[in-house]
Design a protein around this ligand. Structure first.
Ligand code: AMP
Length: 386
């Protein structure tokens, strides 16, 4: 643990969780001259492959989190389902950024919605659901269509059921009650578009935001991010203001990704927040002056935050394990990389399962429509359909 000055290159950064977000954080941190230690139960995790050292233990292991914090100048995490209690304990021994107070909010959809609403940030109408009687009351108040979600452990559209009408409610309630005690019913937002903004905040309270990204999901999983998002300047400014306000209100040191719905009327509603790098921010790697991963390093180390200037229109396409299945094995990288402006980011995962995030491709081009056409073409080529 260091004093009050910045943690300079040469320092040791810890990351809880060994997935692709940790990997890309570690790659940027190492480029900047830091050492990286990862905590993950798999020694060959995507982050483990590129870190300087590894603590091999489950991320829920309080002792292991403590060992990591004691060993590093600052520790961050790459997903929000780490043990908040373990993080809170470890905070006494060193810096964990963002702090456990942010984790607790982001881990629980009801706490999250409550904290946002309390601070005056717009969220879809919602209700807490425990018993079937709560469910009936919630559907009466909110109406249908609505979305029933587990309050914890949901990601990429998992743990949620859309209620088309009230007749679906008994079955949906029974189904999700099996997965989680706490449930939340949200009004279904007939959105025009989904966007996200990643805000970075340093220990001195300085905040900067990356440009909003227009996000398209398939089966609840991010498919494509388009930047600049095709929204008005008014919506763009409001989205950035919202994300910086949330970073401040939650006292985030590090990154916070804010996912929002743009309604048909052009209003913004916050869907969820993630206090870490975000899939929708991968475009920054090849299109911004500073990547979201370098920005995280800067923020948690107390260095000046980097420029978030967009240097080129860009589209990011996710490559799930499905691409491997379609290609009948290894994707056709040779064909994909023949697409002008394409940059491949491969996560080092041994097994390509359907729906598993394996890689992404960023494509920069003079305008977003061209970038979109080329990015989709690159993915088609990777899948052997070029
Ligand atoms: P989430 O896991 O909450 O981010 O949800 C995954 C995806 O489901 C979102 O990106 C939306 O496309 C959709 N979704 C979630 N909640 C709602 C809602 N209240 N209204 C409409 N669509 C939603």
């Amino acid at each position: 643990m260091t004093g009050s000055g910045p943690i300079l290159p040469g320092g040791i950064l810890g990351v809880v969780g060994g997935g692709q977000l940790g990997r890309m954080f570690a790659l940027d941190a190492r480029r900047m001259g830091y050492e990286v230690v990862v905590l993950d139960s798999d020694p060959e995790s995507p982050t483990g492959q590129v870190a300087n050292d590894r603590i091999v233990a489950p991320y829920t292991d309080t002792d292991a989190v403590m060992r990591l914090v004691e060993r590093c100048d600052v520790v961050t995490y790459e997903f929000e389902n780490v043990n908040a209690a373990a993080v809170a304990t470890a905070e006494g021994a060193g810096f964990v950024r963002p702090g456990s107070h942010v984790l607790r909010v982001a881990q629980h959809r009801l706490v999250e919605k409550g904290a946002l609403a309390e601070n005056g940030f717009p969220v879809p109408e919602y209700a807490e659901v425990d018993t079937m009687a709560d469910m009936v009351r919630a559907v009466e108040r909110i109406g249908t269509p609505a979305v029933l979600k587990t309050a914890t452990s949901g990601y990429d559209g998992k743990g949620q059921i859309v209620l088309r009408s009230a007749v679906d409610m008994r079955e949906a309630h029974a189904e999700l009650r099996r997965q989680s005690v706490a449930l939340i019913l949200e009004a279904f937002v007939p959105f025009d578009m989904e966007i996200s903004v990643i805000a970075a905040r340093g220990p001195d309270g300085d905040v900067v935001c990356f440009p909003p990204s227009e996000n398209q999901h398939v089966n609840g999983i991010l498919d494509v991010s388009i930047v600049p998002a095709r929204i008005s300047d008014e919506v763009r400014n409001a989205a950035v203001k919202l994300a910086s306000g949330i970073a401040e209100a939650l006292d985030v040191v590090g990154l916070v990704a804010v996912e929002m719905f743009v309604t048909i009327e052009g209003e913004l509603l916050v869907n969820e927040i993630a206090p870490r790098p975000h899939n929708s921010g991968h475009y920054t790697q090849d299109a911004c002056a500073t990547s979201q991963f370098e920005q995280l390093v800067r923020a948690i180390c107390g260095l000046p935050l980097g420029s978030t200037e967009l240097l080129s229109p860009v589209v990011m396409v996710n490559l799930l394990g499905d691409v491997w299945a379609d290609a009948g094995g290894t994707p056709d990288w040779d064909a994909a990389l023949g697409v002008r402006g394409s940059v491949l980011h491969l996560y080092g995962k041994a097994e390509a399962r359907i729906g598993r995030k394996m890689a992404h491709i960023n494509v920069t081009a003079p305008d977003v429509e061209t970038a979109l056409t080329r990015a989709l073409d690159a993915r088609e080529r990777a899948a052997g359909r070029g």
